[in-house]
Design a protein around this ligand. Sequence first.
Ligand code: VGL
Ligand code: ZN
Length: 190
Amino acid sequence: MPSEAIRLKPGDALIILDVQRDFCAGGALEVAGADSILPTVNALIEEAVAAGAAVVASRDWHPAGHASFDEAGGPWPAHCVQGSAGAEFHPDLRLPERAIIVTKGTAPDRDQLSAFNATGLAVRLRQLDVRRLLIVGLALDVCVRDSALDAIAEGFETHVRLSGSRAITPEAGRDAVEKMRKAGVVIEEN
Ligand code: VGL
Ligand code: ZN
């Protein structure tokens, strides 16, 4: 059963994962179709601001030679190196001034795929009386998945809107959706 798209309201947070140049067209770890989520994401930002919902944007922010890079024996090409052009948010992403920016992946020796991994985000959201999350961004099968699973574990009602996300591989994307659903994430398939 497809789940209905929610309307953002106070007590909600829009969580935008890693909409950075390196995950978008021409980037070091390009996610197919990544640029096509921008209209959806920008419309959600406008909806969140108008509704008084919080807006959170995470960024992958690795030191050079990070453990997750293939040069160090990790699974990924070098990407989102701190201060590089590839680590910048996509130039068309219209973040509001009051957006909460979460930086992750800074520990040199391990990966931090989830925006909740050692970032203090859950505490911050609870301080803001946030109870419900709408997660979009990149990539569906990696950081969106891990963040959504952590969000459930932290006790948030958690929605993922598929039109605002893309996977690195389609099979892993399908697996991620199944895993998130099983964990109690509401998958909005529109
Ligand atoms: C991500 C792979 C490596 C992501 C980050 O943001 O989904 N994927 N680092
Ligand atoms: Zn990374």
